[in-house]
Design a protein around this ligand. Structure first.
Ligand SMILES: [Zn+2]
Length: 114
C-alpha cells in the first residue's frame, strides 16, 4: 500500500511558496492537492465581487443577529438562574428528584424521615 503524501498542508501553511512549488513539481499527491486549491481559489475569485456588494448588507445583518443573540441569551440565562428546574432539564434532560440527589427516598420518590 502506498501512503499518500501528507506534506502539502504543512508546506502550504508553514513553508515558503518556493518550497511548496518545488515539492508539488515532484510529488503527484501534492500536485493533485495544488490543483484542487487552484480550483477553490478560482471559485473564490468568481464569487468575490458578489460578496463585496453584499458586505454592507451582511454587516448590518450580522449586527442585528449579534444584538438579538445577546438579548436572547441574556434572557435565557436569567430564566435558568431563577428556575433550577429549567436548569436541570437543560443539563440532565429531566427534572431531578430527591432520589437523584442521593437522599433516601421511598417508592413514591418522597424523602424518608426516620
Ligand atoms: Zn507531497
Amino acid at each position: 500500500m502506498i501512503k499518500k503524501c501528507t506534506k502539502y498542508e504543512a508546506l502550504f501553511t508553514f513553508g515558503s511558496d518556493e518550497n511548496l512549488k518545488r515539492h508539488v513539481e515532484t510529488c503527484m499527491d501534492c500536485a493533485q492537492e495544488q490543483e484542487l486549491m487552484d480550483k477553490v481559489s478560482g471559485l473564490l475569485n468568481e464569487v468575490k465581487p458578489y460578496y463585496r456588494n453584499q458586505r454592507k448588507k451582511t454587516a448590518r445583518l450580522k449586527m442585528a443577529c449579534a444584538v438579538f443573540a445577546i438579548l436572547f441569551s441574556g434572557t435565557a440565562l436569567g430564566v435558568v438562574n431563577f428556575n433550577t428546574d429549567v436548569a436541570d432539564i437543560i443539563r440532565y434532560g429531566t427534572t431531578l428528584s430527591a432520589d437523584d440527589y442521593g437522599f433516601p427516598v421511598d417508592s413514591y420518590g418522597l424523602l424518608m424521615v426516620e
